[in-house]
Design a protein around this ligand. Structure first.
Ligand code: AHR
Length: 325
């Protein structure tokens, strides 16, 4: 009798331990479709708006979103993807910080039968079957728009020669590589332009400031005619430094930037920036539409680019369509 009592108590304890050890299911895990989303970081206003867009769109679609923010670390993104595989999410969406180094983990997702959608940035791989779809900007076209603006501006100014300093986004990321290539492909045949330097600003406002200090110390105000930077955050950092040194942005030095956040568009309207190439962070609805189609067995396109334009000091900037995100 005593023995049976002990056995029952042990069984009850065991049951309690297993149920106590089990984490309660989160809202995301309870949904019928669960998306594992690896965001690369929070380096810019663009990125913060992009994260919000993904969260809102997932909610509106009724999908569970398991999001991990990698704080600019590729290893953390790889860990996040592995945790999504272990959890057996329905679809993995991720924004790769750099283009290379994803084949192993994406092969693991493929083996687990989990489709992968690249959102915002691309990867470099010889095996295109490692991702199902890409949704994001055409960064090469953005770089070309920046170059085309510069040619138009140089024509309008009758400029004989312009020295350009380039401030680049995160090394080896798709927007860094393609915004540089698109720009160079447009201007490099034109003898009026010399790119005097190209520095790494990692898409950060603080680094934009550092780059501006470095460039001005090295070349002086009169040695730089144009600063082309790969995003608004870095450009806003440059603006701060130019104004501290009483250099008139948009006049003494032309500023060309990419993204289109509110602060940059306002600076364009105030004549402190000359050209803002648009890059929309609002990719959530398009990404969730792809998830919906994928999980209901529909075919999806391999590449989806949003429509994007450019705002410049040649435009009527009082037009209500000229606004930032
Ligand atoms: O990948 C998109 C780029 O990343 C945006 O232009 C930039 O602001 C962000 O950090």
């Amino acid at each position: 009798m005593k023995k049976t009592g002990c056995l029952i108590a042990a069984l009850l304890l065991c049951l309690c331990l297993t149920s106590c050890a089990k984490e309660p299911e989160t809202e995301a895990q309870k949904a019928s479709v669960v998306v594992g989303f690896s965001q690369l970081g929070a380096e810019s206003s663009w990125r913060i708006a992009n994260t919000e867009s993904m969260e809102t769109a997932a909610k509106e679609a009724g999908f569970g979103l398991m999001m991990e923010n990698a704080n600019q670390k590729q290893e953390k993104q790889i860990d996040a993807i592995r945790s999504f595989i272990a959890y057996q999410v329905d679809v993995i969406v991720f924004s790769p910080i750099v283009e290379n180094g994803w084949d192993n983990v994406l092969n693991e997702a493929k083996k687990a039968g989990i489709p992968v959608i690249l959102m915002d940035r691309m990867i470099e791989t010889s095996d295109e079957s490692l991702y199902t779809s890409y949704v994001g900007a055409d960064f090469y076209a953005e770089g070309k728009k920046a170059g085309e603006y510069l040619i138009r501006k140089a024509d309008a100014m009758n400029a004989e020669h312009l020295n350009i300093a380039e401030i680049c986004g995160t090394k080896d990321s798709t927007p860094m590589r393609d915004r540089q290539k698109g720009f160079m492909d447009v201007i490099s045949g034109d003898p009026r332009f010399t790119v005097i330097d190209s520095v790494d600003g990692d898409f950060l406002r603080s680094k934009g400031e550092e780059c501006a200090v470095h460039l001005l110390d090295l070349y002086g105000k009169d040695g730089i005619d144009v600063i082309y930077s790969h995003n608004d955050s870095m450009t806003l950092g440059v603006l701060d430094i130019l104004e501290q040194r009483e250099i008139q942005p948009g006049e003494d030095i032309l500023l060309i930037t990419v993204d289109g956040e509110k602060e940059a568009v306002e600076a364009l309207k105030a004549g402190r920036i000359n050209c803002v190439v648009q890059c929309t962070p609002k990719l959530g609805p398009a990404a969730m539409e792809l998830v919906k189609k994928l999980t209901s067995g529909e075919e999806i396109s391999k590449v989806t680019h949003p429509e994007e334009g450019v705002f410049t000091d040649f435009d009527d900037l009082t037009d209500p369509s000229v606004e930032g995100f």
